[in-house]
Design a protein around this ligand. Structure first.
Ligand code: UDP
Ligand code: MG
Length: 241
C-alpha cells in the first residue's frame, strides 16, 4: 500500500456497464480535477459478462487515477462497494453507481457538506428519474425501514454518498449493506447529513434490480438492523498515536 496521501477515493461497483464507464470517467475527471484535491477512482468490476473490464482497462491509459479491481464471481452491489472501500486510500470515500444516473458535478457539494464532526453525507434524489412502480416501492420501503430501524434516512436506496474512510473500519459487510450504511453509522454514534443531488434517467444499459429483489429483501434486512442496533459496538473508539 502506498502512503495515505490521497484525499478522495471514488468507489464504483460495475456490472455490465460498458457503455457508461467511458462517459462517466470523463465527467469524473472534470469534477474531481476542479476540487484541486488528490484523488483516485476505484471501479470494482463485478464479473461483468459484457466488455466493461476491457473498456475500463482502455480508459486507464487516459486516466492514470483509475484503479480496477476485479471480482472473480458476480457478488452484488454491496459487495462491490465493500471491496472498493477495502482498496480505497483516500481520507474520504465517495460511492456512486456506474450507470450515469448520479452526476459527478455534485461532488463539490458533498465535500462542502462534510464539515468537521460530520462523518457521512448522503445524497437524496430530489426528482427521481425512475418509473412509478420503483418510486412507490421505494417510498413504502423507506417508511417501513425508518419505522423498524428507528432511524430517519430520506433516501436509503441512494448510494451516492461521501464517508470518512476511518469510520468504515467497523461496518459489517453483507448483501444489502449499501442500503443500511448510513443507519449503521448513526447506530455507531456518527453524525450523518443529507444533501439533495441531481438524478438523471438511465439511458444506457439496464437496471439490475426489480421490485421483487429490492422491496422484500429490504424488509428482511430491516429486521437484521433491529438486531444489530441492540448489539452495536460504538465506532471511533481508537486511533493510532
Ligand atoms: N451492480 C453490481 N453488481 C450487481 C448489480 C449491480 O456491481 O450484481 C452495480 C451496477 O453496475 C451499478 C450499481 O451496482 O453501478 C447499481 O445498480 P443499478 O443501477 O442496476 O441499480 P439501480 O440504480 O437501478 O437501483
Ligand atoms: Mg442506477
Amino acid at each position: 500500500m502506498e502512503p495515505d496521501d490521497i484525499d478522495i477515493s471514488v468507489v464504483i461497483p460495475v456490472y455490465n456497464e460498458e457503455e457508461n464507464v467511458g462517459p462517466l470517467m470523463q465527467e469524473l475527471d472534470e469534477a474531481l480535477t476542479s476540487t484541486g484535491k488528490k484523488f483516485e477512482v476505484i471501479c470494482v468490476n463485478d464479473a461483468s459478462t459484457d466488455g466493461s473490464l476491457t473498456t475500463l482497462k482502455e480508459l486507464r491509459g487516459a486516466y492514470p487515477w483509475l484503479r480496477i479491481i476485479d471480482h472473480t464471481v458476480n457478488s452484488g452491489e454491496s459487495a462491490g462497494e465493500a471491496t472498493g472501500m477495502q482498496y480505497a486510500r483516500g481520507a474520504i470515500v465517495i460511492t456512486m453507481d456506474a450507470d450515469q444516473q448520479m452526476d459527478p458535478a455534485d461532488i463539490p457539494a458533498f465535500l462542502e457538506a462534510m464539515k468537521p464532526g460530520v462523518t457521512a453525507v448522503c445524497g437524496v434524489r430530489r426528482k427521481r428519474q425512475d418509473d412509478f412502480v420503483r418510486r412507490m416501492s421505494t417510498k413504502i420501503a423507506n417508511a417501513y425501514r425508518n419505522w423498524i430501524t428507528g432511524d430517519k434516512i430520506t433516501d436509503a436506496g441512494c448510494t451516492y454518498r461521501a464517508i470518512r474512510r476511518e469510520a468504515l473500519r467497523e461496518i459489517p459487510v453483507f448483501n444489502g449493506m449499501h442500503r443500511f450504511l448510513p443507519t449503521m453509522l448513526r447506530y455507531q454514534g456518527y453524525q450523518v447529513e443529507e444533501i439533495y443531488i441531481n438524478h438523471r434517467p438511465r439511458t444506457r444499459g439496464v437496471s439490475k434490480y426489480g421490485v421483487g429483489n429490492r422491496l422484500w429483501r429490504g424488509i428482511k434486512d430491516c429486521l437484521g438492523m433491529r438486531w444489530y442496533r441492540s448489539r452495536v459496538v460504538k465506532g471511533g473508539r481508537s486511533h493510532e498515536v
